[in-house]
Write a protein that binds this ligand. Structure first.
Ligand SMILES: C[S@@+](CC[C@H](N)C(=O)[O-])C[C@H]1O[C@@H](n2cnc3c(N)ncnc32)[C@H](O)[C@@H]1O
Length: 79
């Protein structure tokens, strides 16, 4: 399957749209064809512990939350 884009604006009852970005991901997104349609799945890259946040790498940014905090700022995060 080649490159595909996904419309994340339609609510489908799944939790995939709640997964945050991280440069230290514990899963990746993979596209499989299911009944002739592309379906996105989160595939674990390692064991994920109970209570641990599931995160994947959104890919090339820029994303504001990846900015390093400037000296004296505490709210920004690097992940
Ligand atoms: C697919 S949604 C992820 C779920 C979202 N956090 C929520 O509660 O609905 C993508 C949005 O989540 C936020 N987000 C994703 N990863 C983040 C991170 N590492 N730090 C802060 N915000 C993040 C951004 O606002 C982004 O536009």
């Amino acid at each position: 399957m080649g490159h595909a884009r996904c419309d994340g604006t339609t609510e489908d009852g799944s939790f995939g749209r709640l997964v945050n970005d991280s440069s230290h991901p514990n899963c990746k997104v993979q596209c499989f064809e299911e009944e002739g349609l592309p379906s996105l799945y989160f595939v674990a890259l390692r064991d994920i512990l109970p209570g641990e946040e599931v995160v994947y790498n959104y890919g090339a940014g820029p994303y504001p939350w990846r900015k390093k905090p400037k000296a004296g700022q505490e709210s920004a995060n690097d992940d």
